[in-house]
Design a protein around this ligand. Sequence first.
Ligand code: PEP
Length: 251
Amino acid sequence: MARIKYIAGNWKMNKLSGEAVALAQGIVKEAGNFDCKIMIAPPFTALCEVGKVVKGTNVLLGAQNMSNKVSGAYTGEVSPEMLKDLGVSVVILGHSERRGYYGETDEFINSKIKLALEQGLDVILCVGETLAQREAGKAADVVTSQVQNGLKDISECALEHITIAYEPVWAIGTGKTATAQDADAIHKVIREKLASLYSADAAEKMIIQYGGSMKPENAAGLLAMPNIDGGLIGGAALKADSFVALLKCTK
Ligand code: PEP
């Protein structure tokens, strides 16, 4: 079964509203030429304006995070309904920067994933090992346990709303990319884990993105691997030219 390629841009804490609109316009202008699935995740402050740019196009609007609560006295949080109100259909959860800088645990991430699904949002679940964990030979164990705990109590039929992004922490924003072979090996381990948790069919259908210094120069090699179905892109998603060049690598 051929899985569709999925390219997603995580803009992180970059771009003021006007800059975000210009970037989104540059992407939308070209996006119609591609059959792959495309998502951009601006900062919360630009979601409203970027939402207007992508409305009615083949570019999905994503959020970089979401509260695990529906509404109420949670100062500074953003609820799933608030995101949907702006046209968001996908939320990135469990990014290593949320895990590392803000102490998000697998359990907390799992609670957000369940709420996102209940609220009709699709999810990109990020997993990945640190350099120390890789050097200790624990990459596969760390990643499979993040997958298992992140997906706790989530049914097989909900998996069609979930994408997994394998993002080795040591490769994010560092310019160091996992080799295509090393990345594919972990993607394969993730797929095998999904087969044991759910079924071979569910594992085969799951889109597993790679993330970590993916750029036009290395994307074709990564995307040619049998278990790599797309990319979650940070730095190279901040310019329309490089993001569009990444889309071209899916062809
Ligand atoms: C990311 O943060 O998801 C990411 C992959 O960043 P970069 O592409 O900059 O390494």
